[in-house]
Design a protein around this ligand. Structure first.
Ligand SMILES: *Cc1c(COP(=O)(O)O)cnc(C)c1O
Length: 497
């Protein structure tokens, strides 16, 4: 299996090289040359296995330059002992047809752990395979959850350094504290004046900057990415969708082969893209329901075929979805255009220069066959949190609530009652003030006080790793302008700025 760039089909690399590079030099994203298919009866076989064995079998279809032993070792290092349970992705049934796929029982309490606990192990193995002894510098932009998950995954991993940039006023208090208090010898964190899109664009520019790459190479280092543009993040996400379907079969909730919809709270389009890949591999997924917050650029795109990032940027209570330029959409465009790298390059140029593009009628048709889309604002999400708590005594976070709300709207509008997996992407304790306000109407300004009150109301304990943040001294308090980011990178990795 090889991987190619969405902007240059002729560039073909093994998975090790693909994971090590992160982003292609042409600015494109790597995708598998062919999406491998599950064999007949394979889901039923998978349903008999534990999570790590399932992961190994699915990775093996994409990462043919890794041995099955290596893949299992990576999965076990990632998922055994680091999650509340060694079956890391429990599902909770709500009502007749909805299954909350809880992806946040890992060290940083967001679904990003599912990929970022394993990515460092992939990278270390990949570096061994490629040879050359270069140190990997992970450069990451975060809308809040990726940063901490990446720091936790890469903390003190030999042969790596990690630098995280976050929008200084665009993340929650708890998210900021999680990053600012990160331990480890190989980590650096800096706030950026601007929003996530500004931060992500600046990071992408640093990545492809010849001058910086050369300086890095002189120091025996090279860049890679822990953002969802890295294939090494996409594949672990494909695994949990296939695994969730296998669990539903194993638990007798569905017949093998029965259609199941998937609803995903979406920002950078990474998580829902993984569900699309799982579907293409042969998992009987029906509609992929893309849920956005007030930053509803994807709702409009999936409904009309026009992507227009020229709009007001809202800071919401679901900050990890406050994104107007969804990077992973490029991979979907590549697939739906019949792998037309030139066409994708043109669209991405239009996006860069005008903030806008429109896809062909053929692609619009394919989109409406596969996807449904909707959005809700903070009020809609808060109402939904309260309703779930009142009706089921189930507590969800502000991002997940967006997905549940959009799923309910979709059901009401279409009458489609197909069983649905809803991706639950963060612990409610990551956003305690908004969650408390939703369930009790109380405005408690302090995150940790709010968390205590939620504990009293729900009986659900705050995860220890979040509780321990209270009163911890921040270690990284630096904030810089966008123009200063390259300098920060160079001084951190030992080149001059
Ligand atoms: C990152 C994140 C999302 C958005 O996921 P994408 O893959 O970027 O679409 C949703 N919810 C939470 C809690 C997140 O951390």
């Amino acid at each position: 299996m090889k991987f190619q760039s969405t902007r240059n089909k002729n560039l073909r690399l093994d998975s090790a090289e693909t994971i090590a590079r992160g982003l292609s030099e042409d600015g494109g994203l790597f995708v598998p040359v062919e999406i491998p298919l599950l064999e007949k009866g394979e889901i039923s076989e998978l349903s008999k296995l534990g999570y790590c064995e399932r992961a190994k079998k699915i990775f093996a279809k994409f990462m043919t330059d890794f041995s099955e032993g290596e893949l299992l070792e990576c999965a076990e290092k990632a998922y055994i002992g680091n999650f509340e349970d060694d079956e890391p992705t429990p599902m909770v049934k709500l009502g007749e047809n909805a299954y909350m796929l809880e992806l946040w029982h890992g060290p940083t309490c967001a679904f990003k752990d599912m990929a970022l606990q394993i990515l460092p192990h992939f990278l270390v193995k990949a570096a061994e395979k490629i040879g050359g002894g270069k140190k990997t510098v992970i450069l990451t932009a975060t809308s809040g959850d990726t940063g901490k998950a990446a720091l936790e995954g890469f903390c003190d991993v030999d042969g790596t350094e990690i630098i995280v940039f976050y929008p200084a006023n665009g993340v929650s208090k708890i998210q900021q504290l999680q990053m600012q208090t990160q331990k480890g010898k190989n980590v650096a964190v800096c706030g950026v004046i601007g929003n996530f899109d500004d931060t992500q664009t600046a990071v992408k520019n640093i990545f492809t900057d010849e001058n910086i790459r050369t300086k890095l190479a002189e120091n025996g280092k090279c860049f890679s990415s822990a953002n969802s543009i890295n294939v090494g993040r996409l594949l672990p996400q494909v695994v949990y969708y296939i695994s969730a379907y296998a669990d539903l079969v194993a638990d007798g909730e569905i017949e093998d082969g029965e259609t199941v919809n998937v609803a995903v709270p979406t920002g950078n389009f990474g998580n829902i893209l993984a569900a699309y890949y799982a579907k293409r591999m042969g998992v009987p997924f029906g509609k992929l329901i893309c849920a956005s917050n007030a930053n509803n650029v994807l709702t409009e795109f999936l409904s009309t075929g026009v992507y227009d990032a020229n709009r007001k940027f809202y800071m919401t209570e679901s900050p990890s979805m406050d994104i107007l330029v969804s990077s992973n959409l490029e991979r979907l465009l590549f697939e739906l255009s019949g792998k037309d790298d030139e066409y994708v390059s043109v669209l991405m140029k239009e996006l860069r220069e005008h903030g806008k593009y429109e896809v062909s009628d053929g692609i619009k048709e394919k989109i409406s066959a596969e996807f449904a889309a909707g959005f809700t604002d903070d009020k809609g999400a808060e109402n939904r949190i309260r309703m779930l708590f009142d009706e089921y005594f189930y507590l969800c976070d502000t991002h997940t609530a967006v997905a549940v709300e959009v799923y309910e709207k979709y059901k009401a509008e279409t009458g489609d009652n197909t069983k649905t997996i809803i991706a639950s992407t963060a612990s409610p304790y990551k956003f305690p003030r908004a969650v408390l306000r939703s369930v009790s109407g109380e405005n408690e300004p302090d995150d940790f006080e709010a968390a205590k009150k939620i504990e009293a109301l729900s009986g659900l304990p705050m995860p220890k790793q979040l509780r321990e943040l209270s009163g911890k001294e921040p270690r990284f308090t630096c904030v810089c302008e966008r123009e200063e980011m390259a300098g920060f990178v160079l001084s951190t990795v030992g080149g001059e700025s």
